[in-house]
Unconditional design. Structure first.
Length: 369
């Protein structure tokens, strides 16, 4: 029976959950920070599954109890109560089993991380930069609605507005797991502000969503980093231009996948505080290296799951924004909605939900649970 096989798996998971709960209070484990961080993450990952397992077991017990009552009880009222309890359990058990099946599928270890969001104007010149700016506003409003914090790490403005390139650091709960679906080429069809004859143009912008690397994810020899400081340009008061708050780091890094050595150059002018800019530049360095080192892992996933919604392929055309028709089409799941204005104002949760459902369906099929 499906419930017996599920219960066997859940028994082992609950035992592991209890074991980790004991381990993370052990002073020896707490002293080993790398192990402690790994175990606390595993504990958090198992918490939801363990709670679902306990609810499932309660439903099974309720069903058994109701059956026994129906077999032994003669009182009409008691029998009616038992019948109602059994009907409720029969209705809820299949729903609970589906929820548990999804929770049993190994989660992407990156999903719980913060994210680096890179938006670049693609084909279409000034209009592409303007569209990149529109996407940036859309994501900022969406992140605000989720209660996430957003910081601009670097930006290069377009001649007619928008951005040739802008990099955002997004911090919050399960940021990467939510925003990862946005990686790819976004295409816009509309009459540009720069168009004098009213013709519809097609332009594009590229979005890359990277999991933000944590200190334990990447090994960096900080003694080999070369630091420069410079005066930040642009608006922001006298202090920005007079104090050397901008930082630039150079780091020679050997790619373990190719064996080649390359110089990584990162600039950060995010704040007026040089130490904070250094800290954020170092965070971007970790993320850059982590992304490069895990590219093989991402490629392996993409090759195994050609139809997967979130392969991380940044060259794939994923969505079209058609302004004359007020239409948004996500090409990965052939999903079309006609609320373009609300969408570009940050109301993108519905599409992300549909993409999540599509991916979960593929995961279930692949797992053959």
């Amino acid at each position: 029976m499906i419930e017996n096989s599920l219960l066997q798996r859940l028994n082992g998971i609950e035992a592991r959950f209890e074991e980790i709960g004991t381990l993370i209070t052990d002073p020896a484990v707490i002293a080993d920070m790398k192990r402690y961080v790994r175990l606390t993450k595993e504990y958090k990952d198992l918490e939801k599954l363990t709670a679902a397992a306990r609810r499932y077991r309660t439903l099974l017990d309720n069903a058994d109890e109701a059956r026994l009552l129906l077999e032994s009880e003669q009182d009409p009222e008691m029998r009616e109560m038992a019948r109602e309890q059994l009907d409720n359990a029969r209705r809820e058990i299949p729903v609970m089993e589906e929820e548990i099946k999804l929770l049993l599928i190994p989660a992407d270890p990156e999903d719980s991380k913060n994210a680096i969001l890179e938006i670049r104007g693609g084909t279409g010149g000034d209009e592409a930069a303007i569209f990149a700016g529109d996407l940036c506003k859309m994501y900022m409003k969406y992140c605000e609605s989720k209660g996430w914090s957003v910081a601009v790490t670097s930006a290069s403005e377009g001649a007619a507005g928008g951005y040739k390139e802008i990099v955002l650091s997004v911090t919050g709960d399960s940021v990467y797991g939510t925003l990862k679906y946005e990686s790819g080429v976004h295409r816009v069809q509309r009459v540009p502000a720069t168009e004098t004859q009213g013709r519809v143009h097609t332009s594009a912008a590229t979005v890359a969503v990277l999991p933000e690397a944590e200190p334990f994810d990447v090994e960096i020899n900080e003694g080999e980093i070369k630091w420069d400081t410079f005066r930040s340009g642009g608006a922001g008061g006298q202090n920005v231009n007079k104090v050397e708050s901008g930082v630039r780091l150079r780091y020679m890094w050997k790619n373990p996948n190719t064996g080649e050595t390359e110089e990584i150059l990162i600039e950060c002018t995010e704040t007026r505080d040089q130490p904070k800019n250094k800290e954020r530049a170092l965070s971007r360095l970790r993320t850059f290296i982590y992304d490069k080192e895990h590219q093989k892992y991402i490629d392996d996933i993409a090759s195994r799951r050609k139809t997967m919604v979130s392969t991380g392929d940044r060259s794939a055309k994923i969505r079209t924004y058609n302004y004359p028709q007020g239409r948004i089409t996500d090409h990965r799941i052939n999903y079309t909605i006609y609320n373009l204005q609300a969408f570009v104002d940050g109301d993108i949760q519905d599409v992300i939900d549909q993409l999540t459902i599509a991916e979960n369906a593929e995961k279930l099929k692949a797992a053959e649970l």
